[in-house]
Design a protein around this ligand. Structure first.
Ligand code: ZN
Ligand code: ZN
Length: 287
């Protein structure tokens, strides 16, 4: 991998040419290759904004020196980050099922506390989900697996939108947990703070739960069997962790996206489980 910093590239090049350099007073000095190589230290090389400055005191310029080392004026600039796709792997729209004619329609980034991407999830127009992790050694900047060859997970497990979740916890806001990213975005679009785990129902773990310590949580359970099982799993993981947990379901349709799609508001979700019996609960009616 070539260095993005022009100064480093030039120092490396001189080193590989066997040229002696001397670093003094913030300036790298070398001999005048431009004018036959006499006068040690006659060429000054200094890191400047966006690149490297080169000046031969004898030639009173750098054109001949650059020609002598095979550089052009363009080589004097640091490589802008935007020109390195591998630094922004999330911008690459290639997905593994593209060979089958599918195309990416959504991408969700799982980020850490400092908004660094831990891994990404892509969804195509045929609902294939794929996950990748950043890898600067890969040409595209990412690898389509979160595990090593032995199946060991290589990346942290965090809930979706962790930075927003942590900020909401500090502000004492209710945190909604949905089954997938699409529902999370439906909730967020309606002004709520929401999260989920990657890869869908059945994959919520104690690792996710720990980020909700002390939080007030509302779980939106999908109206199907995997959805209900998933909600139970989430609730169990939050016992003794979260401050309060409620479980609701869409008034119309299967999930949060359907609920809002039908024109309902967040207050319209059907409450199906709460830590204290509510009017209408079977336990209350039986008394
Ligand atoms: Zn010179
Ligand atoms: Zn696909």
């Amino acid at each position: 991998m070539t260095d993005t910093i022009a100064f480093n590239r030039l120092a490396d090049l001189l080193g590989s040419m066997g040229e002696r350099t001397r670093y003094t007073g913030g300036v790298l000095r070398t001999r005048g290759l431009c004018h036959g190589g006499d006068s040690p230290d006659t060429v000054a090389i200094k890191r400047i904004a966006n690149g490297v400055g080169v000046y031969c005191h004898k030639c009173q310029g750098n054109a001949d020196f650059l020609a002598a080392i095979g550089w052009t004026a363009a080589d004097l600039f640091d490589e802008p980050l935007a020109e390195r796709p591998r630094d922004h792997p999330e911008n690459d729209i290639w997905i593994p099922c593209q060979e089958r004619g599918h195309r990416r329609v959504a991408q969700y980034l799982y980020q850490d506390e400092n908004r660094l991407t831990i891994h990404g999830v892509t969804r195509c127009n045929h609902k294939c989900f794929a996950q990748w992790r950043p890898d600067s050694d890969a040409k595209s900047g990412r690898r389509w697996s979160l595990n090593d060859k032995q199946g060991n997970r290589l990346v942290r497990t965090v809930p979706y939108r962790l930075p927003e979740l942590l900020a909401a916890k500090l502000a004492d806001r209710v945190i909604w947990i949905a089954e997938g990213e699409k529902d999370v975005h439906a909730l967020v679009d309606h002004g709520l703070v929401a999260t989920c785990n990657a890869a869908g129902a059945g994959r919520w773990t104690a690792e996710h739960a720990q980020f909700l310590e002390g939080a007030d949580v509302t779980v939106v359970a999908d109206r199907d069997e995997p959805g209900q099982k998933h909600a139970v799993q989430v609730v169990d993981s939050l016992r003794g962790v979260a401050r309060s947990v409620y479980v609701v379901q869409a008034r119309t349709g299967k999930d949060a996206a359907d609920h809002f799609g039908a024109g309902h508001r967040d207050a319209d979700f059907d409450q199906v489980w709460a830590p204290v019996p509510h009017p209408g609960d079977a336990a209350v009616v039986a008394q």
